[in-house]
Design a protein. Structure first.
Length: 311
């Protein structure tokens, strides 16, 4: 099977490619720039912006992939408040470019669009596990862009009778995730303190929020199962089913590090609008592809902290 991955050099892309390659797939990568990781893999890498339709079409015409896994995005919720137009163009127009080019070349192919649990927005306030059929009320530029691209792709898929899977991936974390996401923000600071590079103070945002977290390996496992198995067009949650308080993450990382750290709440890190608690139900995906998460949350935190200590 030939699989084209966009955003292949990002956090999820690197973990995904490492696994896909071991499974003897034929992989093609799209990334804005080639990087050390991608050039180490010995696969075709197309350096292009997903807003550049002609280059994307050229890549897809040459490679003729069976499956497209679309990870490329402006993925950061905090950044989306400062860069709403960039977030909208990348996440909406970029996705539509890929859809158009992919199905022009292969109308029998599978397009996997990576969306977000954040699309549920205010509906999460119900405090019950979110299901795919519940209404989405996104509350920030990032989640609005993700909901818009998801809905555009699904409506087009209905019209064109093509196979589009759009995930609503809940929060994920692990080694290699950029700072700007909560676990990396906390773990990188704890690691710097441990290494003596920073005084024993950690700066954090809103600790009262809670999210449904998956360790990266479980997320990748879900994406691979969606790639390999037959799966009807539609929306699929990818979640653990458990909500974890941000404060728990902070305390656990400090406990694992075994050092005394002063916690400083930084109001600049608070979001203009925040839905406090997310928890998802992923029975639909479990039933269709037989996926279930396996990694213990605290073990995932340990691996992530070790990554930051060793890098
Ligand atoms: O920013 P870069 O040059 O490192 O590339 C990022 C890429 N990307 C783009 N590629 C082509 N054209 C663009 N206009 C463009 N804008 C961004 O997407 C990077 O390689 C990738 C995103 O990686 P991360 O920010 O590390 O996100 P992550 O965690 O891998 O998320 C994967 C997907 C995204 O759709 C998220 O919204 C979702 O999972 O949660
Ligand atoms: N980033 C960050 N940094 N968040 C913090 C911090 C901090 O220092 N302190 C507290 N938080 C809180 C945020 O206010 C939010 O409530 C929660 O921690 C999680 O923040 P993020 O890790 O930035 O994730 P997100 O939920 O906003 O978005 C992520 O998850 C989505 C899935 O729902 C991103 O990975 C999105 O790309 C993804 O779609």
């Amino acid at each position: 099977m030939k699989v084209l991955v966009t955003g292949a050099g990002g956090f999820v892309g690197q973990h995904l490619l490492n696994k896909l390659i071991k499974k003897d797939n034929n992989i093609v990568a799209i990334n804005r720039k080639n990087n050390k990781f991608l050039s180490s893999l010995n696969i075709p890498v197309y350096e292009t912006d997903i807003l550049d339709f002609d280059t994307i079409l050229n890549c897809i015409e040459q490679e003729k992939p069976d499956v497209l896994i679309h990870l490329a995005a402006q993925s950061n919720v905090g950044v989306s408040w400062r860069e709403p137009a960039l977030t909208a163009s990348t996440n909406i127009e970029g996705s539509l470019n890929l859809y158009k080019a992919f199905f022009k070349v292969n109308s029998k192919g599978k397009f996997i669009n990576i969306g977000s649990s954040d699309e549920y927005g205010l509906t999460a306030k119900l405090g019950i596990p979110l299901k795919e059929e519940m209404e989405c009320k996104p509350q920030n530029p990032y989640s609005i862009s993700k909901y818009c691209s998801e809905q555009m792709l699904l409506q087009l898929a209905k019209k064109d009778k093509v196979n589009v899977i759009s995930t609503r991936s809940f929060n994920h974390f692990g080694p290699g995730q950029n700072i700007g996401f909560v676990v990396s923000d906390f773990a990188s600071q704890v690691a710097d303190i441990k290494k003596g590079l920073k005084e024993n103070k950690i700066f954090v945002g809103d600790l009262s929020a809670a999210r449904d977290f998956l360790y990266i390996d479980d997320v990748i496992d879900a994406y691979i199962k969606i790639t390999e198995k037959e799966i009807p067009t539609g929306v699929y949650n990818i979640s653990s089913g458990t909500s974890i308080k941000i404060e728990y993450i902070l305390n656990k990382l400090i406990e694992i590090s075994n050092i005394d750290i002063e916690v400083i709440i930084d109001k600049n890190k608070f979001r203009p609008a925040e839905v406090k608690n997310f928890v998802g139900n992923s029975d639909k995906l479990k039933k269709i592809v037989g996926w279930k998460p396996t990694v213990n949350f605290d073990d995932g935190l340990r691996k992530t902290l070790n990554y930051w200590i060793n890098n």
